[in-house]
Design a protein around this ligand. Structure first.
Ligand SMILES: Cc1cc2nc3c(=O)[nH]c(=O)nc-3n(C[C@H](O)[C@H](O)[C@H](O)COP(=O)(O)OP(=O)(O)OC[C@H]3O[C@@H](n4cnc5c(N)ncnc54)[C@H](O)[C@@H]3O)c2cc1C
Length: 559
């Protein structure tokens, strides 16, 4: 059946980007907006709302797509699980709420921090005692303390804010922030449990094709909604599902589409190509002092019940926790000297110059080289101090407490792809993450593990931390460290580039107006459009992208 109502904007995916757009585009009561979201509305789910449950919903199939990657030889044929949020709010329902911003050099931005008195009065964050030596230890290792890491200089060490509503002490996700307050707008319709399978595309008069219908399944029923003249379809299904829907609709590389019998409507080889995923792993330590409160305490059901009661009564305690202890460093800090860093960078620059890359690939890779040479203005490696056990090789023991340092590669040179292998939209596309196709990435991650061991044995951490649990001190050689990283690391969930905003001849899929090339009414607004990584957890940037996109779509700004 066809929904009789006609809409000005049909948004596919009600995640971070989709909810932001739905709010802004429905501000004009004369415009009608439909959001089609595969998952549900979790407004009353305490597992989502209470910050201290962070991590507990990952893998819950109601809230998580749980994609898996194709095994690749250079990453030991491992299959990595790619968690992605499902439901109004998308990945902001299940993420770690870390709020960051890239360097000014990457993006020109500004932020007004709440006054200190307000922060204290509102108990903006619970910090574990296990994190207290953080700033002084990194200072000792040459990393400067920055007061405002959101000001455009994010190279240094700081305690980070989180997406937690300060009054309620609840997760501030894209649905609770952008949808709940305006959900009564009559010009906004949100369909949940509705999975889009295809956009039907017609030839247009001006040589561009046009979306004429969106097909989706809801409660086992196949439904369609027509796209009327002047209406737009906006794909906000996230970095995995957006390229899948483009390909299923006939927009993509003929080499992918034709073998599956899909009629090519727009030949666009950039769809799903050249994705970049930040790679992450942890190094865990047992605390010498078991009385320190960390997230490990939540494995103790008596403690967890008491902490929940404290949370519900006072909105204080462990359930208000945010990850908090962050640092971002240039390569020289990690490898120990400017000279060594320069040698590595020069070797990689030479490899790119002489390598078998296209001109567009060289341009992208050289952008990373420029960042590496920015004399510390852009950070290459993030290390976070996570208050609890957060590694995968071993299991935590009852009653013991841990601190985990995570290493996150911000600017991998390696790229991969996401392409369909089936015409069935409910089958996940093949994700080739391409981890370690460039040796440089692995070398940096190996050096970072050695740097983390320095953190663990410096200043206040020396007395606080006991045994290294994962990988364990028996892992010393570069090849053993590499094996640990490949086998027990994985995605940082920040994948970009499956529908990049670049010129078409450079592999781009969308224009600066975010319109899919060769179409007259299909845009993409989500993580897929970022052509390069950024040195930060991406939410803040992506909310900015979606806000700007809304202004472009409604004509408030022009590009
Ligand atoms: C486990 C995890 C931890 C993270 N931690 C952080 C963090 O601490 N800080 C940070 O800044 N970022 C973090 N991120 C990243 C951040 O949450 C995402 O980058 C961001 O939410 C992506 O926004 P998006 O709009 O591209 O997609 P999403 O927010 O993922 O939204 C996509 C939406 O589209 C829907 N959808 C997909 N396909 C269809 C279809 N066919 N039909 C209908 N609907 C569909 C999905 O169900 C989903 O709701 C994390 C991500 C994950 C998964």
């Amino acid at each position: 059946s066809t929904i009789a109502q006609e809409y000005d904007y049909i948004i596919i995916g009600g995640g971070l980007s989709g909810m932001t757009l739905a709010n802004r585009l429905s501000e004009d009561p004369s415009k009608t907006v439909l959001v089609i979201e595969a998952g549900g509305f979790h407004s009353n789910d305490s597992q989502v709302a209470i910050p201290g449950f962070l991590g507990s919903t990952i893998g819950n199939t109601t809230l998580d797509w749980g994609f898996s990657t194709i095994p690749e030889a250079q990453s030991n044929n491992n299959t990595y699980i790619w968690h992605r949020g499902k439901g109004l709010g998308g990945s902001t329902l299940i993420n770690f709420m870390a709020w960051g911003r890239p360097a000014e050099l990457e993006i020109d931005g500004s932020f007004t921090e709440p006054p200190q008195a307000y922060a204290v009065a509102n108990n903006l964050t619970f910090i574990s005692e296990a994190q207290i030596p953080w700033i002084s230890v990194l200072n000792t290792l040459g990393v400067a303390h920055i007061q405002d890491a959101l000001s455009g200089n994010d190279v240094g060490v700081w305690m980070a804010p989180a997406t937690i509503n300060a009054q309620e002490q609840t997760r501030s996700d894209a649905a609770s922030a952008y949808y709940t307050p305006i959900s009564s707008r009559t010009n906004l319709v949100v369909e949940t449990g509705a999975e889009v399978l295809k956009i039907v595309i017609n030839s247009g008069l001006d040589g561009n094709v046009t979306a004429s219908q969106v097909q989706y399944m809801q409660n086992g029923r196949a439904l369609t909604v027509n796209v009327t003249d002047a209406a737009e379809v906006i794909l906000s299904a996230g970095v995995v599902k957006t390229p899948q829907l483009l390909e299923l609709s006939g927009i993509g590389d003929p080499d992918i589409l034709e073998p599956l019998g899909i009629d090519v409507k727009v030949n666009l080889t950039g769809v799903g190509a050249g994705i970049i995923d930040q790679f992450f792993y942890g190094v865990s330590y047992e605390l010498n002092n078991d009385s320190i409160v960390t997230l490990d305490d939540l494995r103790n059901t008596t403690f967890a019940a008491a902490a929940l009661e404290e949370y519900e009564t006072n909105k204080t305690g462990l359930f208000t926790i945010a990850v908090a202890a962050f640092s971002l460093m240039p390569l020289a800090t990690i490898v120990g000297s400017e000279d060594e860093a320069n040698q590595m960078i020069n070797a990689q620059a030479l490899k790119i110059a002489q390598g078998n890359y296209t001109a567009a690939e060289k341009e992208r890779l050289n952008a990373i080289i420029s960042g590496l040479r920015s004399c510390g203005e852009i950070g290459h490696i993030e290390v976070v101090g996570f208050p609890g056990f957060f590694t995968a090789k071993s299991a935590p023991e009852d009653g013991k407490k841990y601190l985990t340092f995570t290493a996150d590669l911000q600017f991998p040179f390696s790229t991969g792809s996401i392409h369909i292998t089936s015409t069935d939209g409910t089958v996940q596309p093949a994700i080739h993450p391409g981890y370690f196709t460039e040796d440089f990435d692995l070398e940096v991650l190996i050096a970072t593990l050695k740097f983390i061991r320095k953190i663990a044995t410096t200043g206040g951490f020396e007395a606080l931390l006991g045994d290294e649990i994962d990988p364990g001190t028996e892992i010393q050689s570069d090849s053993d460290i590499a094996e640990y990283i490949k086998n027990f690391g994985g995605t940082e969930y920040h994948t970009v580039g499956s529908a990049a905003m670049l010129p078409q001849e450079k592999g781009g899929v969308v224009s600066p107006e975010l319109m899919v090339y060769g179409t007259s009414n299909i845009r993409v607004v989500d993580m897929s459009i970022l052509p390069l990584q950024i040195s930060a957890h991406p939410m803040s940037t992506l909310y900015g992208v979606a806000e700007k996109a809304a202004d472009i779509i409604r004509g408030v700004v022009t590009v």
